[in-house]
Design a protein around this ligand. Structure first.
Ligand code: TMP
Length: 220
């Protein structure tokens, strides 16, 4: 299930890190260079996965149930949206992917990382152990101290199940992202999100240019 011609980029960070603001700018930068872009998100991106998203974000459940639902949503999303788009050579910009499961369900909720790895292998490959995992070529990680993110969230919309968690939860989730970064530093671009919007945007564009995904990136 490895993508051959397209470009798969995910965007990650704790709630309040501000990632969503920058995805549209990245999409426009790719489109300005003649690329076709698919903007999508997790959990979600298909009718089934959006239905699962509502359950995960609003209904109380144990961490295993939550993990199974986010991976079920991911499987449908990969099969119906991500893999076909990559096969067509499109740029797929995904607001969260599997790193969020390791950060939120794994670190945040303390769920078994080994089980998550097994689910990851099942969901993001053709099923057999030998086949390659579908992973983003680049993960843009908006790294922000949880105290700053919490202050931003206070002014935000009505909080969902995760957004209403205490600060200690987000400190653990942030640690989960850091652990993913340490495991695969070459896949990640760590962005200091504790800066002005403009400075963060410049850093995001610079990370894309550094990978030669964008040439002479606008806004950089
Ligand atoms: P969003 O508000 O950035 O769209 O993210 C939805 C929420 O879902 C966010 O609080 C993180 C959470 N989430 C998980 O707990 N596990 C996952 O695998 C994903 C993709 C998101």
């Amino acid at each position: 299930m490895q993508n051959s011609t397209g470009l798969f980029i995910s965007f990650e960070g704790i709630d309040g890190a501000g990632k969503s603001t920058h995805i549209e700018a990245v999409a426009q930068a790719f489109e300005a260079q003649g690329r076709s872009v698919t903007r999508t998100r997790e959990p979600g991106g298909t009718p089934l996965a959006e239905t699962l998203r509502q359950l995960v974000l609003n209904d109380p459940m144990d961490a295993l149930t939550e993990s199974l639902l986010v991976f079920a949503a991911r499987r449908d999303h990969i099969q119906r949206v991500i893999a076909p788009a990559l096969a067509q050579g499109r740029v797929v910009l995904c607001d969260r992917f599997t790193d969020a499961t390791f950060a939120y369900q794994g670190a945040g909720r303390g769920f078994d990382l080994g089980v998550l790895q097994t689910l990851e292998q099942w969901v993001q490959s053709s099923g057999d152990k030998a086949s390659a995992l579908l992973q983003p070529q680049l993960t843009i990680w908006f790294d922000l101290p949880p105290t700053v993110a919490a202050a931003r969230l206070v002014e935000a919309r009505v909080p969902d199940k995760f957004e209403s968690q205490p600060l200690a939860f987000f400190e653990t989730v942030a640690g989960g992202y850091a652990a993913r970064f340490v495991r695969e530093p070459q896949r990640f671009a760590r962005i200091n999100a504790n800066q002005s919007l403009h400075a963060v945007r410049e850093d995001v564009m610079a990370a894309l240019a550094a990978k030669a995904f964008l040439v002479g990136a606008p806004g950089a």
